[in-house]
Design a protein around this ligand. Sequence first.
Ligand SMILES: Nc1nc2c(c(=O)[nH]1)N[C@H]1C(S)=C(S)[C@@H](COP(=O)(O)O)O[C@H]1N2
Ligand SMILES: [Mo]
Length: 356
Amino acid sequence: MNVKSSTEAAELIPRQSDPENEESPPSIFDRFLTPAELFYVRNHFETPRIDGREWRLTVEGGARRVEFDMTALRSMERATLTATLECAGNSRALLEEKAKGVQWALGAVGTAEWTGVWLADVLERAEPAGGVKEVILEGADRGAIDEEPKTPGEIAFARSIPLEKARDVLLAWAMNGEDLPERHGYPLRAIVPGWYGMASVKWLRRMALVEQPFQGYFQTFEYSRWVEMAGYRSLAPLHAGEVKAEIAAPAAGEAIGAGTTYRVRGAAWAGESAIQTVEVSANGGGAWDQAQLLDRPARYCWTRWQYDWRTPSGRGRATLMARARDASGRVQPLERNKLERSYAVSHVLPVDVMIT
Ligand SMILES: Nc1nc2c(c(=O)[nH]1)N[C@H]1C(S)=C(S)[C@@H](COP(=O)(O)O)O[C@H]1N2
Ligand SMILES: [Mo]
């Protein structure tokens, strides 16, 4: 049997320079945890250089303005969380209609074990008033956006989290047991499990408790989707991830022997839910077979899967599809949802191969 392990170079794939944006290589799907060196990098501005000893985190908008340094945070109760991060723009390059933004293929995703303190424990010290609805997380990176809609000078990368979700959020200083690398948010970043990556603010330095929804650039102009409200189309910030399976092998266009068994491999994840099943179709969606799950399905985390495919006996083109279902009953749709703008590419993405 032909069991193909990833032979691709184990290096990040550059997608944009200045600011640095790099995609994880297909070999990440060989392991449950993604090593930090291979974890995709999504930056909107230049990486800020931060001295961890000088760094402070402030919380404003509560009864008390509080400030933490790294020593103070590390003396609090520690928590560890395993979570998959997927950029909301992941797989955009595979859309039939070209969408604006960094052209990510399948690798703007990765899974890591994050260690730090719960956001809730930090916020509590600021004594939030009853009317607080959201907390704004601000990164130390900033810049001006000179494409329309232009920003009025420089803005910081910032996102808000509703207080109900803030309970799940970790403020992490470690990734897979080591200090956060600079480009992944050193010395402290948020991990908002189950939400698209944009909510997991890196280089966290200030938080503000607010009583009104924040309408920042990165949740209105960017990272928003069309929703329906009282019969009207309205823009709402992207939040939790959709259910999605990706095929890591074969790659599009790969040549595969006729009449053999080929091990199709991939990963699937489901935002705040857990994967329940992954099915594979090799005949355009007519018939679906169950794939075998390789990791125990867990909330917030991907589950890798495999399927031994009996390849056709004749030569020609074949199309593979993978479809995931999650514990909340969601199933990946076959068609692209246009209300997602250029984000949340989560419909079934067929992979065409050559049978030779
Ligand atoms: N401060 C800051 N935080 C940020 C970003 C950023 O540009 N600046 N990018 C966000 C986006 S869009 C994603 S997908 C994730 C990516 O995290 P990573 O680069 O560690 O993979 O970080 C998020 N946090
Ligand atoms: Mo992202």
